[in-house]
Design a protein around this ligand. Structure first.
Ligand code: NDP
Length: 252
């Protein structure tokens, strides 16, 4: 799966799944654009990616800020002149139920990052992806496909369910341009995700491990492997699909 001379933009690549994907793409020859809000974390990922000897661009940006989103695409094109792969990975969890007093404020925060920003960045990136006949991978979640209440993550689950249909609609629209669009729905993955959540997450990774049929939690590199597969020519027939990697959680 060589990505030599490809330009891959991964939002939310200062930690977790996005960081693992950026490092894997770099190892496979890609020039990578890494994006996040935390400078110190971005620098660590940059150092890892740079070991491959390919181009690395760091864009410190909040994907939910419209000017920042424009900056991400502009700096990518200014530096590399093209875009082959967009991974819409930046996302946050938010704890609220329909009985919560703060349901609307959590809803706005979550939707702005997990959905609105994806719509905006995809809109800005699409003309460049059409030129390269590139592809898009959206990072969804099993939370979009189940009502198993692990933690009261109403807005989070709704944001990812909407993202799934966004994936299908954009796949249908861009297919005639040769652009593929797919999503991945991880189950629990060991990342900084719980620490970055809006409100504290009730279930710990150890709690989740007990209810997952395979009795294990994934590492970010497992999801990165799937991202690279979907971004590669091996997946040339695949568009509008969602790949679940959840240690069997949805069997429940
Ligand atoms: P992390 O918290 O480790 O990574 C999230 C990344 O998103 C960070 O790099 C963070 O960067 C970035 N991010 C968050 N908000 C913004 C923002 N407004 N602007 C720019 N960057 C932002 O968690 P994961 O790696 O686990 O999460 C990646 C994706 O995987 C998410 O979409 C999540 O919903 C999904 N997922 C995760 C699961 C899990 O169990 N871990 C399960 C299912 C899905 P920074 O803080 O520097 O801004």
């Amino acid at each position: 799966m060589s990505f030599a001379n490809k330009v891959v933009l991964i939002t939310g690549s200062s930690s977790g799944i996005g960081a693992a994907a950026a490092i894997s793409f770099a190892k496979e020859g890609a020039n990578v654009v890494i994006v996040g809000r935390k400078e110190h974390k971005l620098q660590k990922v940059k150092e890892e990616c740079a070991k491959s000897g390919n181009g690395v661009l760091v864009v410190k940006a909040d994907v939910s800020n419209e000017e920042d989103a424009k900056k991400i695409i502009k700096e990518t094109i200014d530096k590399f002149n093209k875009l082959d792969v967009l991974v819409n990975n930046a996302g946050i969890a938010g704890m609220s139920s329909i009985l919560s007093d703060n349901v609307l404020s959590v809803y706005d925060t979550i939707m702005n990052t997990n959905l609105r920003a994806v719509v905006h960045i995809t809109n800005l990136a699409a003309p460049y992806l059409i030129k390269t006949k590139g592809n898009i991978i959206n990072i969804s979640s099993v939370a979009a496909k189940t009502t198993i209440i692990i933690s009261p993550a109403l807005s989070y689950a709704v944001s990812k369910a909407a993202l799934d249909h966004f994936t299908r609609l954009v796949a249908a629209e861009l297919a005639s341009h040769g652009v593929r669009v797919n999503s991945i729905s991880p189950g629990p993955v060991r990342t900084d995700f719980p620490d970055n959540a809006v409100g504290s997450i009730v279930a710990s990774m150890e709690d989740l491990k007990k209810i997952v049929p395979l009795g294990r939690i994934s590492e970010p590199e497992e999801i990165a492997d799937l991202i690279l597969f979907l971004a590669s020519d091996k997946a040339k027939a695949i568009t509008g699909s969602d790949y679940v990697s959840d240690n069997g959680l949805l069997l429940k």
